[in-house]
Design a protein around this ligand. Structure first.
Ligand SMILES: [Zn+2]
Length: 271
């Protein structure tokens, strides 16, 4: 890599570090990895995640996913994101959004979502992790192991294949650790923040925000029967329900202004 490229990356990182604020919560964060690199890692990881799985391209599940995805991505207002949505045939109770707007939902989580509004909450939550740059914050902690920004850039430019350790760290930071045997749970602060952003996104998109609390109730009911993959990385349900309740009055106002003119609480999946 040229020294000039390195210098440009370093100054980009400094500029980013100086002025990044998290949506809605207003938390200031130290962001040392440029969005361009994170979005590139997201894109690369997305194609990896879709290898060897069945992606449902037809049918009502993927149609609803695309519809909710369009609504949430519209209010997330990230022109640099290349939004993609994949409905993956898999019993896992899981969903994710990678930096750059690459979203995966597993069919196993559908009964917990139950309806379009439930899906909008979980998508808002996952998109919230991406727009609040939580992956970037977590990867920053392991940047040295990656060989710094230059290391990430080399991996992205295809000069070097990711080794297992690097792959584990990237995947873990992006929230895909369970699939790669590296658990890096999002901190309670990141989860709380993603719930707040998700509640605001769904309300701004016109979905009833109280459904977010119901999703966590249904998630708690499912916990006994299902492998707790999605839940083990998330804090206690009653705590997150209380957190969402605090933000509900503000979310309701947004919802009333933007509400979708059809029933988004109609049961689509599960009982
Ligand atoms: Zn989360």
């Amino acid at each position: 890599m040229h020294i000039r490229t390195l210098a440009a990356l370093a100054s980009a990182a400094l500029i980013a570090a100086a002025c990044v604020k998290v949506p809605y919560t207003g938390r200031k964060q130290l962001n040392v990895i440029p969005d361009k690199l994170m979005n590139g890692l997201g894109k690369q990881s997305y194609s990896g995640m879709l290898q060897g799985v069945t992606v449902k391209k037809k049918g009502s599940e993927s149609a609803v996913l695309t519809r909710v995805g369009r609504e949430i991505s519209r209010v997330a207002n990230k022109p640099d994101f290349d939004w993609q949505f994949a409905m993956i045939e898999d019993p896992a109770l899981n969903a994710w959004c990678l930096p750059g707007g690459y979203i995966g939902f597993y069919t196993g989580i559908l009964p917990v979502l139950k309806n379009e509004a439930g899906m909008a909450f979980v998508m808002g939550h996952e998109v919230g992790h991406a727009t609040a740059r939580h992956g970037s914050e977590r990867l920053s902690q392991n940047l040295a192991v990656m060989g710094g920004l230059a290391g990430i850039n080399l991996i992205l430019s295809g000069n070097k294949k990711m080794n297992d350790q690097q792959r584990g760290i990237v995947m873990g930071a992006l929230g895909l650790g369970a699939q790669y045997g590296v658990m890096l749970p999002f901190s309670r602060a990141h989860e709380t923040e993603a719930d707040v952003i998700g509640t605001m996104y769904m309300a701004n998109a016109g979905y009833p925000p109280a459904e977010g609390i119901k999703v966590w109730e249904r998630m708690a009911e499912q916990a006994g029967a299902q492998p707790p993959e999605f839940m083990s990385t998330h804090p206690a349900h009653d705590r997150r329900q209380a957190n969402i309740r605090e933000w509900l009055p503000q979310a309701r106002k947004r919802y009333e202004r933007n509400r979708i003119d059809r029933d988004t609480l109609e049961t689509l999946w599960g009982r």
